[in-house]
Design a protein around this ligand. Structure first.
Ligand code: F6R
Ligand code: MG
Ligand code: MG
Length: 372
């Protein structure tokens, strides 16, 4: 039996430069140093550190499985130290996502986002790591559906015998959907249950794709889910999710995975976590939220896994083929911004990260008269 490898992507907003804009290079350097140390000590096999906007992203490979306390503690301590550095430089919102004081075995529920996938390394195993800023985990719902269930996006669903077998049992993918309000999950298989799946994931603020397997339970994708609102007891920020997707040889090709991002769909987040806006696929150098604290961004980094080591990355949206998606995102941004404080640009009251509505209602309560 080949040894299993785990890819852990753990991220947190530990403070940033000039508002909620980008992680400061000193924090990135510090994180690299910490993970280099851990690599030397044999805790992890390899690592890659980057940022998407104001989120510090740690990619780690190891053989310890998912939810491993040692790996989670390494990430937690790295974020703690980076947040200290951010405080020293008086960076903005230093330590924002580190909601608890002490580590207690699993970083889930403590503020940072976690996407982990354990699998048997294939003779050649390409993966794509995604990170988004200024949006919520449900922002992955639409592209993941397209990648793993829409034959107009993914040709392999029709013409690759490993995805389209002789019967339904050996065809398609299984989606684990989390109801983030109830804390329950359900697994649905496509194509058989496609309409049920869509009925749920079309509400991305509540029903979130957390994990995907091929029909034969081959692990295919994992998305970070951390409803900061529920942890903190109040809403402290959109979660700015990350994801790991495996590619090729009986799974969607890298190009099929990227194709889903050629359409800059509308997501919730953007300014003050309270607006809808288009998600713009960008290279690492453009992974920074500027206009109206956005528009929301997504980066895609391609790696090959080689005996647990990360070969790469390839900065996959650093490509003129995505210029048009970026242009469309800018056009949508112009259009939707003109709505100012009106819905549907502004989110509905229950989804807003900031709201003065209760105070406004309180102030006006005696001036509201019954209408007969
Ligand atoms: C959205 C985000 C930013 C801030 C905004 C106001 O997730 O991080 O858009 O919400 O810049 O920030 P504060 O309240 O810190 O002034
Ligand atoms: Mg921030
Ligand atoms: Mg962020």
């Amino acid at each position: 039996m080949p040894q299993k490898i785990t890819v852990s992507v753990i991220k947190a907003d530990i403070g940033s430069l000039a508002g909620h804009h980008v992680v400061h290079p000193v924090c990135i350097e510090l994180a690299k140093k910490e993970l280099e140390e851990a690599k030397k000590e044999g805790i992890i096999l390899d690592y890659y550190v980057f940022n998407c906007g104001d989120d510090l992203e740690l990619v780690m490979t190891h053989r310890k499985g998912e939810s491993n306390p040692e790996i989670h503690e390494l990430a937690w301590n790295t974020f703690k130290k980076a947040a200290e550095k951010a405080r020293e430089y008086k960076l903005y919102a230093a330590g924002q996502d580190l909601l608890k004081e002490t580590f207690s075995g699993n970083i889930r529920g403590m503020g940072p986002g976690v996407a982990e996938l354990e699998f048997e390394e294939r003779p050649s195993d390409p993966i794509v790591i995604f990170a988004m800023d200024k949006t919520e985990p449900g922002a992955f719902n639409l592209p993941l559906f397209k990648i793993f269930a829409d034959p107009f996006n993914t040709a392999g669903l029709v013409i690759d015998p490993k995805m389209h077998g002789p019967d339904l049992e050996s065809t398609g993918f299984r989606f684990k959907i989390l109801d983030v309000l109830e804390g329950k999950s359900v697994i649905l298989k496509c194509p058989e249950e496609m309409y049920d799946l869509l009925a749920l994931i079309g509400t991305p603020g509540r029903y979130v794709i957390e994990r995907i397997w091929r029909h034969d339970w081959l692990p295919a994708a994992a998305v970070s889910i951390t409803r900061l609102s529920l942890i903190a007891g109040r809403y402290v920020g959109k979660d700015d999710p990350c994801a790991v997707i495996r590619a090729q040889h009986g799974l969607p090709a890298v190009g099929e995975i990227l194709e889903a991002f050629a359409f800059p769909h509308l997501v919730a987040g953007w300014m003050r976590g309270s607006h809808h806006g288009p998600i713009m696929p960008v290279s690492l150098k453009d992974a920074k939220c500027t206009r109206f604290d956005g528009p929301p961004r997504v980066v895609a980094l391609g790696f090959q896994i080689c005996d647990g080591k990360l070969i790469g990355p390839a900065d996959l949206f650093d490509d003129p083929a995505f210029d048009r998606a970026r242009m469309i995102a800018c056009e949508i941004a112009d259009y939707i911004r003109r709505h100012g404080p009106f819905m549907p640009h502004r989110l509905g009251p229950e989804e807003m990260e900031y709201t003065t509505l209760p105070q406004v209602l309180e102030k006006l309560k005696d001036r509201f008269k019954e209408e007969h």
